[in-house]
Design a binder for this molecule. Structure first.
Ligand code: HC0
Ligand code: SF4
Length: 575
């Protein structure tokens, strides 16, 4: 252990700790901008490019960047001297001198870490006048907007994409004043292997990376009297939306969310969770089918579009192993435009399906040409993120906290506890097991909670014995962890039979469309806990016990994994 003094306080920390970490262990907050350390995600960005975390170390002439300076025995550190504070302010002023001053209209307004720091340091003017860089914006994709002029070279996006996701889209290019972090050869995102997972924008401190904004499109449809506009909400939205209105992370706001959506003018408010139950019916049937006919195993879940794009790009030789199931919100869309439109007596052309998702990849997914009834009738028309829904509620002047709980519309609004946990890593496969176990054994599963599939560990596994056969179940979240598993499969070394993969660390609760967590992993854990609580509180906890699902098969779809189900609920992949 190393003993040092910070601001006159004695501190003892393990060797190798940085000054920044040592200070934070005794609640001394040193401001940072580029630094981001997410242990659970194995992401550590401490390139010390922003120089905002400078501190005085006794005996040293120069200030030291606390994020990258390890502690030493007997060190005496001062974090709040006049010189350190002036140095920080100067660094922020320098960054601002080459930064657009369009904060009022920036997508990151009030969420920007640079803006917050400038306010905290009391920056009241920018003494450096100079040329501002002027790079074109990249609006090539359905999911992500890149504005290189707002890039402060912190390289968090690069660390996230390269080290955690192992996609490696970004790198620093150009020199000096004109340096920018961007895709190789200045390509547009659409021309790279980007999966649109959105994790780069989840960690970007400024407005350099943001989601494509579809709020205006939704308002236009809501104001079009010819259209029936219905909305569905993803599992992970209900445990994060409240954060935008001052609730603690993980607070379950399902009822208020439904009430707010009705106030916004949606004709019907439905639940993606309903369709998550439908996905389980299909996926569990597919697993049973593959087991019975000794077809390819493992089966991989296919509900995460970032993950789908990743395997299409990186493992085109393995396209036969993912489940052919469409993702729940796409299944919802197609059922809404066939079954529901029929019940309501409306032409599917006049129905608009809006998905509220924790995810920016869902925007790109909705535009995939094969996920459509006809080219002019996509399964899902518009996808907005949790943050975008928050903005709509703010815009409409709705006092979210004082709303009374309301319930989803029916049918397509009922859901089991199994569907709720889809929103966190491990939840989809746990939900599938609850159903597959009962179908395959014909007996009741008493304890529905699979503890070993829960938690923030990057790769998890469990064994379940069904009819004398031991099924090996795996879970990976974060694309780097997914790559490890896929490489094992490719090499013929993988013993697993069924695997859930989610592109985002934590699963959908950590999606790129969620309220910014600013590197605080406790927020993700609280959101997961919120979902497990909602599961425990549900009267029905298994997908195949959802009465509306059974009615849907009875009245419309026929058998799970049958002909009509195949036509509407399954898809294929392209290399
Ligand atoms: Fe998810 Fe989904 S669980 S991907 O994480 O499967 O986005 O929340 O909506 O579609 O249900 C995201 C979350 C969903 C889908 C569901 C799945
Ligand atoms: Fe990389 Fe994901 Fe960002 Fe694409 S969206 S650049 S894959 S982190």
């Amino acid at each position: 252990a190393i003993n040092l003094t910070i601001n006159g306080m004695a501190v003892t920390v393990p060797e190798g700790t940085t000054i920044l970490e040592a200070a934070s262990s005794v609640n001394i907050n040193i401001p940072t901008l580029c630094y981001l350390n997410l242990h659970e995600m194995k992401m550590n960005n401490h390139i010390a490019s922003c120089r905002v975390c400078m501190v005085e170390v006794e005996g040293r002439r120069n200030l030291a960047p606390s994020c990258s300076t390890p502690v030493a025995e007997g060190m005496v550190v001062k974090t709040e001297t006049h010189r350190a504070i002036e140095a920080r302010r100067t660094m922020v002023e320098l960054l601002l001198s080459d930064h657009p001053k369009s904060c009022l209209t920036c997508a990151k307004n009030l969420d920007c870490e640079l803006q917050k720091l400038a306010a905290e340091l009391g920056v009241r003017g920018i003494p450096f006048e100079g040329e501002e860089t002027n790079h074109p914006k990249d609006t090539s994709s359905y999911s992500i907007v890149r504005d290189p002029n707002k890039c402060i070279m912190c390289r968090r996006c690069e660390t996230m994409c390269t080290e955690v996701q192992t996609v490696g889209v970004y790198s620093g290019s150009g020199r000096g004043f004109h340096t920018v972090v961007q895709p190789a050869f200045g390509r547009s995102l659409i021309d790279t292997a980007c999966t649109f997972c959105g994790q780069c924008l989840a960690v970007c401190p400024t407005g350099a990376l943001t989601e494509v904004d579809h709020v205006g499109k939704v308002w236009r449809e809501l104001n079009n009297p010819k259209k029936t506009v219905i909305v569905q909400t993803a599992p992970a939205v209900r445990v994060a939306l409240g954060e935008l209105f001052g609730e603690e992370p993980g607070t379950v706001v399902t009822g208020k969310m439904v009430a707010a959506l009705r106030r916004l003018g949606f004709d019907k408010v439905f639940d993606t969770d309903f369709a998550a139950d439908l996905t389980i019916m299909e996926e569990a049937s597919e697993l049973a089918h593959r087991l019975k006919h000794e077809e390819t195993l493992p089966i991989l879940t296919s509900c995460c579009p970032g993950w789908v794009k990743f395997f299409e790009h990186q493992f085109p030789d393995l396209l036969d192993i993912p489940s052919s199931c469409k993702s729940p919100h796409e299944m919802f869309g197609v059922i809404a435009k066939t079954y529901l439109a029929g019940k309501m007596g409306i032409d599917p052309k006049d129905m608009v399906v809006v998905s509220v998702m924790p995810c920016v990849a869902k925007k790109y997914e909705a535009a995939r040409p094969e996920l459509a009834i006809k080219p002019e009738i996509p399964d899902v028309d518009i996808v907005i993120t949790t943050r975008e829904l928050g903005r709509m509620i703010h815009e409409a002047g709705i006092d979210f906290k004082s709303l009374k709980d309301e319930d989803f519309d029916r049918p397509l609004g009922e859901s089991s506890g199994a569907s709720v946990i889809f929103g966190t890593t491990g939840g989809v496969i746990e939900a599938a097991l609850r159903t597959a176990y009962e179908w395959l054994t014909g007996s009741t599963l008493e304890n529905v909670e699979f503890e070993s599939l829960r938690g923030m560990e990057g790769v998890k596994s469990a064994k379940v014995t069904i009819n004398g056969r031991t099924l090996k179940i795996g879970v990976a979240h974060g694309l780097g962890n997914a790559r490890t598993i896929l490489e094992g499969i490719r090499a013929g070394e993988c013993q697993l039979d069924a695997i859930e993969i989610m592109a985002c660390p934590g699963g959908c609760i950590g999606g790129g469309g969620q309220p910014y967590h600013h590197g605080n992993i406790e927020i993700l854990k609280a959101r997961a806990e919120g979902l497990y609580k909602e599961d425990r509180d549900k009267p029905i906890r298994k997908s195949h016990e959802n009465k509306e699902i059974l009615a849907l098969y009875d009245e419309f779809l026929g058998k799970p994994y049958g002909e009509k189900a195949h036509e509407l609920l399954h898809t294929s992949y392209t290399a």
